[in-house]
Design a protein around this ligand. Structure first.
Ligand SMILES: Cc1cc2nc3c(=O)[nH]c(=O)nc-3n(C[C@H](O)[C@H](O)[C@H](O)COP(=O)(O)OP(=O)(O)OC[C@H]3O[C@@H](n4cnc5c(N)ncnc54)[C@H](O)[C@@H]3O)c2cc1C
Length: 443
């Protein structure tokens, strides 16, 4: 069926021929007869990574295959969403080992982007928790792979953006919890130096991230709120929460029903939002025990919040630079603050070590910022790309919609090795996305 598709940033949009399937044989037959196809999960990447001429929707391939509640292991078809999994595992005392900032993604999408969460410095990315998975390759063969078996396929599929084939099944480990709550601490940092110092001081916390007010200049340049957390124990809950420690109270969600006009988000509104957000934390240090949902998924509380950026859409710019190259982080924040193109969402995290082919994380600081699409934006982001490159950093493919191929090639050291492995499983480039074409990812 021909459909107009776009991902979370609403840019770019394409008309694509979309198919869905419920049986693996249907998918095998489809793959045999097509080229220029790419798997699509729940479209929560921001740019064009899951857009192509032929789109293979995973959303109907969504059966839970097994759940071992003794050892914390789950086996699912790749179209199952994290949201569906959480509904089942949390009441049984288990949690996801790694989760991104939205639970509305599929397991296949999580592996193909090798997603990270607020705990990367402690638990790594999702690839480190996959026990094994099945990949349906261009030849029609389904290969079960893991870190020890067909390991080249495994590592090229983790973070490989759907280019080795379609992930159909994933088995991964879970994290034991005794409540559905998080013990959270929020700390105000007056500037960037202070938040970097606080990250280090609080690095023993499993979860951490900071929200940065990127429009500040002078002494308060980079003022932030660091948020750290741990899964709460029953003893840490209020009497009311302790009555059902693994169940969350039901909450209604707000929704943005249509695209807002683009003038709603401008420097003035971003400044006002940032001022309110920073000052709402009236004390320097605040402790709270809160349900896991607002801690991990604050943005999921407003359905379709991406429409707030207007019809033209937006891009999310996420880069990482090593711990030693924090001057790169400062240089980029300075460019943004000077330009006055602030972002509501400017999130800073620290990654731990990770070896990979083209997965995004590497030990260092990662900053994610949203920019509504406007005249001159792509030229401005090209300038930022050069700074990232100059400091040895790289950009996250899952957020990208506009990077140039040279930036990708020069920032991902294993790009050529990745392309060589992909050629073994996808020799004629029949799995390809707009992004893989734009960046020559497998050429
Ligand atoms: C609000 C928000 C917050 C986010 N926070 C984070 C974060 O903290 N950390 C993080 O790492 N990411 C984050 N992301 C990005 C998101 O987690 C990834 O883009 C994820 O891959 C989206 O999964 P999806 O199921 O929607 O897949 P899609 O967006 O549809 O596809 C993403 C990629 O996965 C491939 N793919 C999907 N399914 C399969 C399959 N079955 N087989 C092979 N390839 C497949 C696609 O081809 C594409 O390359 C966030 C996104 C949003 C919208």
């Amino acid at each position: 069926m021909q459909k107009r598709l776009s991902n979370w940033g609403n840019y770019p949009a394409v008309v694509s021929d979309e198919i869905a399937f419920t049986q693996e044989d249907q998918l095998r037959e489809y793959i045999a007869g097509h080229s220029q196809m790419i798997a699509r999960g729940n479209g929560r990447c921001y740019g064009d990574a899951s857009l192509g001429k032929h789109s293979i929707s995973m959303l109907k391939y969504d059966k839970m295959l097994s759940l071992d509640t003794t050892n914390g292991i789950i086996d699912v078809q790749a179209g199952v969403t994290l949201d569906q999994i959480l509904d089942i595992i949390v009441p049984k005392g288990w949690f996801l080992p790694v989760t991104p900032g939205t639970k509305y993604i599929t397991v296949g999408g999580a592996v193909a982007s090798d997603v990270h969460g607020k705990n990367h410095h402690v638990d790594g990315a999702i690839s480190g928790h996959v026990i094994d998975m099945d990949v349906l390759t261009a030849s029609g063969e389904t290969i079960c792979c893991s870190a020890n078996n067909h390991s080249d396929l495994f590592w090229a599929t983790c973070g490989g953006m759907g280019l080795t084939g379609v992930i159909t099944r994933v088995k991964f480990d879970l994290k034991k919890i005794s409540t559905a709550y998080i013990k959270q601490t929020q700390l105000k940092a007056g500037n960037l130096e202070e938040v970097i110092r606080l990250f280090d001081e609080y690095k023993h916390y499993t979860y951490s991230m900071a929200w940065i007010d990127c429009l500040q200049k002078g002494d308060s340049f980079g003022r932030s709120i660091l948020i750290v957390g741990e899964h709460a124990t029953p003893e840490e809950l209020s009497e009311h929460q302790r009555k059902a420690p693994l169940t969350l109270p039901a909450k209604r969600k707000l929704t943005i029903p249509f695209n807002l006009p683009s003038f709603v988000l401008n420097t003035f509104t971003v400044k006002a939002f940032n001022w309110l957000y920073y000052n709402k934390n009236y004390r320097k240090v605040m402790h709270k025990v809160i349900p896991y949902e607002p801690f991990f998924y604050p943005l999921d509380a407003i359905l379709h919040w991406n429409r707030g950026y207007g019809k033209a859409g937006f891009v999310q710019y996420q880069f990482v630079v090593s711990l030693e190259q924090k001057d790169g982080l400062i240089a980029i924040l300075k460019r943004i603050s000077d330009k006055g193109w602030g972002s509501f969402l400017a999130v800073l995290k620290v990654f731990g070590k990770q070896d990979s082919l083209i997965s995004f994380p590497m030990e260092g600081y990662t900053l994610a910022l949203d920019f509504p699409i406007r005249k001159g934006l792509f030229e401005f982001l090209d300038e930022l790309d050069e700074i990232v490159l100059q400091y040895g950093g790289r950009l996250y493919l899952s957020k990208d919609a506009r990077m140039k191929p040279g930036i990708f090639r020069n920032s991902y050291a294993n790009a050529a090795r990745f392309a060589d492995i992909v050629k073994q499983y996808n020799p004629d480039g029949r799995f390809e996305s707009m992004q893989s074409e734009r960046l020559s990812l497998i050429k």
